[in-house]
Design a binder for this molecule. Structure first.
Ligand code: KIV
Ligand code: ZN
Length: 497
């Protein structure tokens, strides 16, 4: 019989820690439901003590999903554990994930402590969490740089205290795959009682080795992997869920997961769209070029027999070339069906609202794609914004000084301005700044066409600095200048004062 590998999804915790990727509770529920249908075993729903928003999200996700275990993160501190236990009250299956740094630098500089004291604190935290739940996972933060002998002592102690899962994070993404694999092997061979717990991998991608390290961990005995959709996460991200799922499917390693790989593409798109986090075009499995053969030799080979250059059938990850494309003639039922396929549930009122915006978009471009639909489904969030773009007219071209005239609605009152600039976006933002007179600076500006073609919807991501803080904005429009102004206004709407 093949071994079972548990998939622990931390998109909503480690993934969501990325600046600009924060979701509201409704969006988190949408992602959690999609993860459930993808077949993950554990959803790390948040770090409840970190904010009332995280606390509330863990509660609501616990109510919204049935099968996956809901996990809440804590430090090895009683008040964190109390808070996590309270947030997990409604979960049908629940887990507390507690832990502490174990590398010498964490022990010395973060905790000003000793190795012995850290073991005592680890054991105390596990025992404390056990008062609330049976399923307690312990993480040895910076285990990647913790020496193996000491790590084995920590792991042994926490298993003895009742930990059901022990997480070995390569927090800084430093390990070479062979060293990470050897670390897991060492633990499997030297820890008394190791068969009473599951060893988990948790790898970061700072050197681009997260997936390779995770795989080495699994090949050496780890039976849970901590991953995120699209590999999102702090800095260079975490191990990518879809890469691990497809490696195990393509190679016959006798290790099974519960992942329904046909849901991968829709999950990837949903997370990318809700988190405003574009997926790089050549990203393995889910990048838009992942299955695009452009060289003549490859195209010829693939047309003769797909296996010549394709190791994965795109249909296995849910990419269907024959998927229904929506056009201006598509009705409510087709739109609802498409939304459901993409994992978005809507009531009649929301469907009507999306449908009106869909018709407006379908008027401007021939085919409305899945990405467009996800943007439309998410764009309702700007409805409650205090500041809205009401009107924008731009003159630009060759030999013309770009000019923009703008009308902005602020809490129901209209404000008008006009300005010049070195291009249409610059002119529009100068005009906007005439109205919103704050000392703010545009720090980052990326434009991405969702699919192909000059009639495409452009997505704009922006970082705006104000009062020493960075704010993120997003806009999507077939008019790229309007999308840029929408993104700027989106950022301004999130200013704290
Ligand atoms: O990377 C890490 O060490 C973590 C732990 C908090 C599990 O995310
Ligand atoms: Zn992490």
């Amino acid at each position: 019989m093949s071994d079972r590998l548990y998939i622990f999804d931390t998109t909503l915790r480690d993934g969501e820690q990325v600046p600009g990727c924060q979701l509201n509770t409704v969006e988190k529920i949408q992602v959690a439901r999609q993860l459930e249908s993808l077949g993950v075993d554990v959803i790390e729903a948040g770090f409840p003590i970190s904010s009332p928003g995280d606390f509330n999200s863990v509660i609501e996700i616990s109510k919204a999903v049935t099968w996956p275990t809901i996990c809440a993160l804590t430090r090895a501190v009683p008040k964190d554990i109390d808070c996590a236990a309270e947030a997990l009250a409604y979960a049908k299956r629940k887990r507390i994930h507690t832990g502490i740094g174990t590398s010498d630098s964490h022990i010395r500089y973060k905790f000003n402590s000793t190795r012995e004291e850290i073991i005592e604190r680890a054991v105390a935290a596990v025992k404390y969490a056990k008062k609330y739940v049976e399923d307690v996972e312990f993480y040895a933060e910076d285990a990647g740089r913790t020496d193996n002998e000491y790590l084995a002592r920590v792991v042994e102690a926490v298993i003895k205290a009742g930990a059901t899962v022990v997480n070995i994070p390569d927090t800084t993404g430093y390990c070479l795959p062979r060293d990470y694999g050897a670390k897991i092997k060492y633990l499997m061979e030297h820890v008394d009682g190791i068969d009473r717990a599951i060893i988990s991998t948790h790898c970061h991608n700072d050197l681009g080795m997260a997936t390779a390290c995770t795989l080495e961990g699994v090949l050496n005995g780890a039976r849970q992997v901590e991953v995120t959709v699209n590999g999102i996460g702090e800095r260079a991200g975490n191990t990518s869920e879809e890469e691990i799922a497809m490696i195990l499917k393509c190679h016959h390693l006798d290790i099974q997961t519960n992942i329904n790989t046909q849901k991968i593409a829709a999950t990837s798109r949903m997370v990318s769209s809700l988190m405003n986090m574009p997926v790089q075009a050549n990203k393995a499995i889910v990048g838009r070029n992942a299955f695009a053969h452009s060289s003549g030799i490859h195209q010829d080979g693939v047309l003769k027999n797909a296996e010549t250059y394709e190791i994965i059938n795109p249909k296995d990850v849910g990419i269907d070339d024959n998927a229904i494309i929506l056009t201006a003639r598509s009705g409510h039922a087709a739109l609802r069906h498409r939304l459901e396929t993409l994992g978005v549930e809507v009531d009649e009122e929301k469907l009507n609202d999306i449908y009106q915006r869909f018709l407006a978009l379908a008027d401007k471009k021939k085919d409305v794609t899945d990405d467009d639909i996800l943007v439309l489904a998410g764009s309702g969030r700007t409805a409650s914004h205090r500041i809205k773009l009401d009107y924008l007219q731009v003159t630009s071209g060759h030999g013309v000084r770009p000019m923009a005239a703008i009308v902005v609605d602020i809490a129901g009152e209209k404000f008008r301005a006009a300005a010049e600039g070195n291009g249409p976006v610059d002119a529009s933002i100068n005009a906007l700044k005439e109205i919103i007179k704050r000392r703010m600076t545009l720090k980052e500006f990326t434009i991405q066409a969702i699919n192909r073609g000059s009639d495409d919807v452009g997505k704009v991501h922006m970082q705006v600095e104000y009062d020493g803080q960075l704010y993120y904005g997003f806009g999507a429009n077939t008019d790229i200048v309007a999308a840029s102004v929408e993104a700027y206004i989106d950022a301004v709407n999130s200013f704290k004062h």
